[in-house]
Design a binder for this molecule. Structure first.
Ligand SMILES: [Zn+2]
Ligand SMILES: [Zn+2]
Length: 287
């Protein structure tokens, strides 16, 4: 599968001179399966530019939209996602079993007056609500496309809940865990042991790493992890490549570079072969 990052910023889009290299768009990930499946994870501001690209690909008509949760930085790009305005597109929406019925609500509510000038009812695309599976944790929203990818979900440790996803095929696995606070127990969240099992031997993991240890003293309980937590989880789970994700909106490119120097040194000191990098807009990775 091929993974493209359209937005890796957390909390709020943060364009500007200090965020050019890693990007300022909020969460949006494009995954292409080997059989041509198109999966989009989250509709943060990054989905706008992805939409423009998809409009230039006549063969793409069915798209799976997976949502980690309903916070604005993961939804606010949707009204600007132009494929949603064309009747030729079909979107299968999924947000894990508990959110299954509400994903459509999240998307339409943010377009209700007086928040947005165009109402959801004016969108011409067809929206399918989830996959109607009976699994306690939804794991096959992708089945309608005859996909080569298997999708599993795990609850996030995050205020108001949410889901992380694992996409696997015969070549390997990609785990996406953002807005996940490993060191804190939020209602409905999984344990560190459960995250370890979920990420075990993953080829690629994107994990929330919004805060430094110093910052976390003031942000504990806000739903995000530190660089250290993300790296320790990846090392303990035997992950091959770790992309640090959900960059703080105030984190400049230079600060992130400095932070990455510390991360690489820490991984080396632990004697781990983990390949670690900071996710940046425009990155394309193969699993
Ligand atoms: Zn977020
Ligand atoms: Zn969130």
């Amino acid at each position: 599968m091929n993974i493209v990052i359209w937005g890796s910023r957390g909390s709020i889009p943060s364009p500007g001179f200090t965020t050019i290299r890693y990007g300022g768009e909020s969460t949006c990930i494009e995954v292409r399966g080997d059989e041509g499946e198109v999966i989009i994870i989250d509709a943060g501001s990054g989905i706008r530019k992805l939409g423009e690209k998809l409009l230039k690909e006549p063969s793409v008509l069915k798209i799976n939209l997976l949502f980690t949760h309903s916070h604005w930085d993961h939804l606010s790009g949707f009204p600007f996602f132009r494929p949603a305005y064309f009747s030729k597109f079909t979107f299968a929406l999924c947000g894990g079993s508990e959110a299954q019925k509400s994903v459509l609500d999240y998307l339409s509510h943010q377009m209700d007056p007086p928040y947005f000038p165009v109402s959801f009812s004016e969108l011409k695309a067809k929206f399918l609500s989830g996959c109607n599976c009976n699994n306690p944790i939804c794991n096959h929203s992708l089945c309608y496309s005859g996909a080569s990818l298997k999708c599993e979900a795990i609850p996030l440790n995050h205020p108001n809940g949410g889901f992380g996803f694992k996409l696997s095929d015969k070549s390997g696995s990609f785990v996406f865990l953002t807005d996940n606070e490993i060191r804190y127990a939020h209602d409905g969240g999984a344990t560190r042991e459960e995250y370890l099992a979920f990420c075990r031997n993953a080829d690629l993991l994107f994990h929330d790493a919004q805060y430094s240890e110093h910052e976390y003293k003031k942000t504990r309980g806000w739903g995000h992890s530190t660089f250290l937590d993300a790296i320790d989880l990846a090392i303990d789970a035997g992950v091959k490549r770790l992309g640090l994700f959900h960059h703080d909106p105030d984190r400049t490119d230079d600060q992130l570079d400095q932070q990455m120097e510390w991360c690489v040194k820490y991984i080396k000191e632990k004697g781990s072969p983990l390949d670690c990098f900071a996710c940046a807009e425009g990155m394309s990775l193969i699993v």
